[in-house]
Design a binder for this molecule. Structure first.
Ligand code: HEM
Length: 518
């Protein structure tokens, strides 16, 4: 019997942290999406891709699944006779990769010409072998090494200007049959994929792969949806998982989010130096929609991709019956916007768009510290848009605590025409102060837009000295008023017109603490 379900043993945080989220934009189309391997790719919650062979917390678990599948179905493993040298090449290449990426647990030692000692401490294996001598290994080399890596492996032979899938161990195929495809050409294998012929994706990939050189590994990702955390969704056992595509439509939303998974393959393409064969590694990662939704940018993007995916691609991927619901599920999982507590300004979480109906534009970037770079970038991007819509002026200032900078701002506002859109990027003190000065100069709310790069400071109006000053602090905290020296509490109460928060004398205990800090 095949293992039909392989729940992850790794904790969600680990799965999410190493997940190769595959969508660079809100729309997915086939492309010859290859890139050099080995470059770590940062994600909002972690990183992936620094090692070609990836070992994670599910290592043993997935290897057990593979062993069980191979024991049940020998067609998942095939080596055509001319591929035997390539299997040794693949095995030794992978051992080298493992020992380089995991030197604590994986060791490859040369014992002399063609003789090696291999140690895999994770599995407690020590094996001496003579390269090319089958009698020195307990199993056929490809099978031996796929017992120690989570990747599926296919080996392609290159002859008559074509690539042929002539060997492999593939136990975790996503809706295809390795046993059926063995011996086929690269172009034949991709025959069922819609669109790619017209787009030239596969012919370009074929040309690229034929030219691939040793020591220049490449990688790409591919994706689909899988119901439950099943690694093995091969054609061979379709009766075990195919019906889920129907039944998943009737489950409630909670179950739907737990069971539908985004399945991503990281595929490595490596020219083997000795045999000249091409090694194709397929490593499969899965996150349930529920897990995916814990990373907001992933939730939002996956929802868009699924909703927009053309029907022929969704049909080919076998997800047409439930992808709309998956998109809807992800959209519904959007976090409810949390309104700021009453009395606090509601700053946008991303830079607002330029209102291009403006007659002209005044863009302000204010700041001197690290956040000034961000303010500068945002202002530049506003300027790029605004210059196409009308006369645009960019003012870069250090701080509105500086009389010169205040003067420059007032001067620019005095020169601004009616209908000028004013966009401000900077820290909270500078943004609130600039907006208040703009209002005082006659600007209305619809003409103002702002992005706050940090909220470490704010303008504080002191109820005792009636002065407004910049302070480092947040509502609820007690600070010393720079105007009169009284310890004042910053209230969660602000005036957009005045451009300040209210401060008033703090309780004595808090005042004492503020005095000590000051
Ligand atoms: C740059 C290299 C490659 C590109 C651009 C590429 C592209 C694709 C694309 C776009 C699909 C459709 C996937 C989907 O919609 O889910 C696909 C499917 C597939 N690819 Fe590749 N591929 C590449 C390399 C390979 C290699 C080296 C193999 C060798 C085994 C392979 C085997 C397959 C198989 C078996 C399928 C499923 C076909 C079916 O439905 O029967 N691919 N490939």
């Amino acid at each position: 019997m095949t293992l039909i379900d392989t729940p992850a043993l790794a904790p969600t945080a680990e799965l999410v942290g190493g997940f190769p989220f595959p969508f660079p934009e809100d729309r997915y189309r086939y492309s010859t999406n290859v890139e050099p391997a080995g470059e770590p790719r940062a994600t909002p919650v972690g990183t992936w891709g620094d090692a070609i062979v990836d070992i994670d917390a599910d290592y043993r678990h997935e290897l057990d699944s593979r062993a069980s599948i191979l024991a049940t179905d020998p067609s998942r493993h095939a080596v055509l006779p001319h591929m035997v040298p390539a299997t040794w090449d693949a095995m030794l290449t992978l051992m080298r990769e493992l020992s380089t990426s995991y030197p604590e647990t994986m060791h490859l030692e040369s014992l002399g010409p063609d003789t090696w000692r291999w140690r895999n401490d994770l599995l407690g294996i020590t094996q001496e072998f003579r390269y090319g001598d089958a009698a020195t290994l307990p199993e056929e080399p490809l099978r031996y090494i796929t017992g120690q890596v989570q990747e599926d492996i296919a080996l392609l032979d290159q002859r008559s200007d074509q690539l042929f899938v002539d060997a492999g161990v593939v136990t975790f195929a996503a809706d295809w049959s390795f046993g059926f495809d063995v011996g086929m050409s690269f172009l034949e294998i991709h025959g069922p994929v819609p669109r790619v012929r017209q787009m030239g994706v596969i012919t370009r990939a074929h040309e690229f792969l034929k030219r691939l050189q040793p020591h220049e590994p490449y990688r790409r990702t591919n994706w689909t949806l899988t119901i439950d955390r099943r690694l093995d969704v091969s054609t061979e056992i379709y009766p075990e998982w195919g019906p889920d595509r129907e039944t998943i439509q009737t489950v409630d939303d909670a179950e739907f989010g737990r069971r539908v998974h985004l399945r991503v393959e990281v595929q490595h393409l490596i020219r083997l130096a000795d045999s000249g064969a091409l090694m194709f590694l397929i490593r499969t990662y899965m996150l349930s929609l529920e897990q995916l939704a814990t990373v907001e940018p992933w939730r939002a993007r996956a929802a868009e991709v699924l909703a927009e995916l053309p029907d022929d691609m969704a049909d080919y991927k076998g997800i047409i019956k439930y992808r709309d619901r998956a998109a809807a599920w992800l959209r519904a999982a959007a976090p409810a916007p949390t309104p700021p507590p009453l009395g606090l300004p509601a700053w946008p979480t991303s830079p607002p768009e330029v209102d291009v109906t403006g007659a002209s534009f005044l863009v302000l970037a204010i700041g001197t510290d690290d956040d000034a770079v961000l303010a500068g970038n945002i202002a530049r991007s506003w300027v790029n848009t605004a210059t196409n819509a009308g006369p645009t002026r960019l003012l870069v200032l250090d701080s509105l605590t500086e009389p010169d900078d205040l003067g420059a701002l007032r001067q620019s506002l005095a020169e601004a025409r009616t209908g000028t859109r004013i966009l401000v990027a900077g820290g909270q003190y500078d943004v609130m102060t600039a907006l208040a000065i703009a209002r005082a100069a006659g600007a209305i709310a619809a003409e103002l837009a702002a992005f706050v790069t940090h909220t470490r400071d704010l303008p504080l109006y002191c109820a005792h000295c009636a002065g407004t000053n910049r302070v480092a602090g947040a509502p609820g905290e007690v600070v010393v008023c720079p105007g009169c020296g009284v310890a004042v509490e910053i209230h969660a109460h602000h005036s957009a017109a005045l451009g300040s928060f209210l401060g008033s004398a703090a309780e004595p205990a808090a005042s004492a603490a503020a005095g000590e800090d000051a």
